[in-house]
Design a binder for this molecule. Structure first.
Ligand code: HEC
Length: 194
C-alpha cells in the first residue's frame, strides 16, 4: 500500500477517535453523572449515636443535676397536672390513688401514713433523691417492678427535671438543688427561682 492509502486509514482511525471523544463529552454534558462528595456507597442507616440521643428515654442519660439547673418550676407545675389524677401536692393533702406528694424530695420511700403501698415499692427502700425521682418518673414500672403507679412516665428528661424542680418546692424548707456536675461553671449554675 502506498503512503496515500496509509494516510487515509490513519485519518479514519483518528476521525473515529475524535467522534468517540465528542460523543463522550456530549453524553457527559447531557447525563451529568452525580459524583458523590465522598467516594463510596451511601448506606441509608440511621446513625446509632443519633438514635440513642433522641430516642426513647427509657434510661435517663443526662445527669439530673445539669438538667435541674435549667429547669422551670412553672413548667413543672403545669406538667404535674398529669399527676393530679392520682396525687395531691398540698401540705396535709389526702392520699388518692397515689400518696400525697408534699415534701417528697428526700422523703423515705413508701412512708406516707395511711397509704397502702405495693410490695415492690415497700421493698425498694431508701429515700426519694433527685436522681431516684428522675429514674422513677422516666419509667415507673421499669424502675420499681410491681409498682402500683400505672403512669407511663415522662419520656423527656427536661420535662422530668421541670417536674422534680416543682416537687422540690413542696416543702416547708426545700432542700438545696444538687449542684451541677463538674464541667458546668458554678457561677450562675442555678437560675433565680420565682
Ligand atoms: C394513674 C395514677 C398515677 C399517676 C397519674 C401518677 N402516679 Fe405517682 N403514684 C401512684 C401510685 C398508685 C403510687 C404508689 C405506688 C406503689 O405503691 O407502688 C404512686 C407513687 C408515687 C411516688 C412515690 C411516693 C412515695 O411515697 O414513695 C412518687 C414520687 C410519685 N408517685 C410521683 C408521681 C408524679 C410526679 C406523677 C406525675 C408526673 C405521678 N406520680 C403520676 C399513682 C399515680
Amino acid at each position: 500500500m502506498n503512503s496515500f492509502e496509509l494516510n487515509k486509514i490513519l485519518g479514519a482511525i483518528l476521525g473515529t477517535c475524535l467522534i468517540l471523544l465528542a460523543l463522550n463529552i456530549g453524553a457527559g454534558a447531557i447525563f451529568a453523572p452525580e459524583k458523590p462528595s465522598k467516594p463510596g456507597f451511601n448506606i441509608a442507616v440511621k446513625e446509632q449515636a443519633e438514635g440513642e440521643k433522641g430516642g426513647a428515654a427509657k434510661e435517663p442519660e443526662q445527669p439530673i443535676e445539669a438538667l435541674l439547673a435549667k429547669a422551670s418550676v412553672e413548667k413543672g407545675q403545669a406538667t404535674a397536672k398529669q399527676c393530679q389524677a392520682c396525687h395531691t401536692f398540698e401540705k396535709g393533702g389526702p392520699n388518692r390513688v397515689g400518696p400525697n406528694l408534699w415534701n417528697i424530695v428526700n422523703r423515705p420511700r413508701a412512708s406516707e401514713a395511711g397509704f397502702n403501698y405495693s410490695a415492690g415499692m415497700k421493698s425498694k427502700g431508701g429515700n426519694w433523691s433527685f436522681d431516684e425521682l428522675n429514674k422513677f418518673l422516666a419509667n415507673p414500672r421499669g424502675y420499681i417492678p410491681g409498682t402500683a403507679m400505672t403512669f407511663a412516665g415522662l419520656s423527656r428528661a427536661e420535662q422530668r427535671a421541670d417536674v422534680i424542680d416543682y416537687l422540690h418546692t413542696l416543702a416547708d424548707s426545700p432542700v438545696a438543688l444538687p449542684k451541677a456536675a463538674e464541667g458546668t461553671p458554678p457561677a450562675g449554675g442555678e437560675p433565680a427561682k420565682k
